[in-house]
Design a protein around this ligand. Structure first.
Ligand SMILES: NC(=O)c1ccc[n+]([C@@H]2O[C@H](COP(=O)([O-])OP(=O)(O)OC[C@H]3O[C@@H](n4cnc5c(N)ncnc54)[C@H](O)[C@@H]3O)[C@@H](O)[C@H]2O)c1
Length: 380
């Protein structure tokens, strides 16, 4: 069987996770990687035994052996680079958020529609955690009853000091939001994915808690605990904290908050759904289990087990019970879902996020920013 040849643009924090995931998928071969920081890309290529390294987007796109390109660059480059990838006739796997504005996301959808032979996926990787899929399956079977209330959070601590810095704080690079676009996007995607509800009305409060930060003069990798001796004091515009109330198209209501200032949390990403019969909750820091709440019955903690998981979820899990599947496995699962879909001639379920799904998340992010500025609810 001919393997699908892949190229990756952007070898920063998440680029490496893409390499690891792709190397676990037998139907792919990483043909080349690219980064404007050529030394960084060269080091990663040596570490992982990748043959070709390019410095520019145009060079990797000109490589005719490559079928699919992953875009792992900062947000403001997604619109331009994703367009180039599609126009070069290559399938696209883009990091989230799809773009920094909804108008740009729509432009990308139009370009993709001009190329029906191509497929595109946006990397909302948490979807493919088996217990997330188990919750989705139980909600679809009606076991939870009507979805009434959806709550949760995504908390991290990597921006808690004024010496912590990221391009996500800069509107020119990240878009008009830091925390909502970066981690709130995952939260909104997952709850819409599991419930089948769409968030249609939002009321947000975005807060920049640390308004002045020490920006390092040299490139820093995301989440690296390094205090640079060479820095400049800068005013910060984007938020590190947000609280959002919302309503859905099918009558549910909810609230979530996102924080990059919560000491002790690396990836405390969780949700709870209260239905008319049961409640379900899941938390990424203990992501091999789900909780079921019942009034007048026994509450249950379900630990992932391929033997007892719902039949429709079996394809998304592999390790035996007691061998926890974690963040990397869900990440690989999401990327595998995309490649399986391609390998099967674009048939089967598109369980991964499409451009349309991801564009709606950008629209929601814009609406939350607008709501916070105007201090009112915004309807989509
Ligand atoms: N799905 C997830 O869970 C997840 C997690 C982290 C980051 N992300 C997303 O991945 C993207 C990258 O984030 P990161 O944390 O890896 O950032 P990063 O800053 O660590 O890495 C970005 C890399 O892109 C390179 N780059 C910049 N411009 C380029 C260009 N024109 N051509 C080639 N390379 C270029 C930089 O040199 C850098 O190495 C963001 O959109 C972010 O939202 C997703």
């Amino acid at each position: 069987m001919n393997k699908i040849n892949v190229g990756i643009i952007g070898m920063g924090y998440i680029g490496e996770s893409h390499i690891e995931a792709l190397r676990r998928i037998g139907i792919c071969n990483i043909a080349a990687i690219a980064d404007t920081n050529y030394d960084l890309a060269k080091n990663k290529a040596e570490l992982y035994g990748i043959e070709k390294v390019y410095k520019t987007v145009d060079e990797i796109l000109a490589d005719e052996s490559i079928d699919v390109i992953h875009n792992c660059t900062p947000n403001f480059l997604h619109r331009e680079i994703n367009e180039k990838i599609l126009r070069a006739g290559k399938h696209l796997l883009s990091e989230k958020p799809l773009t920094t504005t909804y108008a740009e996301a729509q432009e990308l959808i139009n370009i993709k529609n001009e190329h029906p032979e191509l497929e595109a996926c946006v990397n909302f990787n948490y979807r493919l955690n088996p217990m997330v899929q188990e919750i989705k399956a139980r909600i679809a079977r009606g076991e939870l009853g009507d979805v009434r209330i959806i709550t949760g959070q995504y908390q991290q601590d990597w921006l808690m000091y004024d010496t912590d810095y990221s391009w996500r704080l800069e509107p020119e690079v990240s878009g008009p939001s830091c925390a909502v676009a970066d981690i709130g996007s995952h939260w909104m995607d997952i709850v819409q994915h599991i419930t089948g509800h769409k968030i249609v009305s939002v009321c947000g409060d975005l807060v920049t808690v640390i308004p002045t930060r020490k920006k390092p003069k040299n490139q820093q990798e995301t989440f690296k605990d390094a205090v640079s001796a060479d820095y400049e004091e800068v005013n910060v515009k984007n938020e590190e904290y947000a609280a959002v109330m919302f309503k859905t198209d099918k009558g549910a209501t909810g609230v979530f908050h996102v924080s990059e200032l919560a000491p002790g949390h690396g990836c405390y990403f969780g949700f709870e759904v209260n239905g008319s019969k049961e409640s379900y909750s899941w938390n990424q820091e203990q992501n091999d289990r789900m909780w079921i709440g019942r009034r007048g019955g026994n509450n249950s903690l379900i630990i992932r087990d391929p033997n007892t998981i719902s039949p429709e979820v079996k394809p998304y899990t592999s390790l035996a019970m007691g061998h926890p599947e974690g963040w990397n496995d869900a990440f690989k699962g999401n990327i595998y879902a995309f490649y399986k879909y391609l390998a099967d001639g674009k048939t089967g379920e598109r369980i991964f996020s499409t451009l349309e799904d991801a564009a709606y998340i950008v629209k929601l992010t814009e609406a939350i920013v607008e709501s916070s500025k105007k201090k009112c609810w915004v309807n989509l």
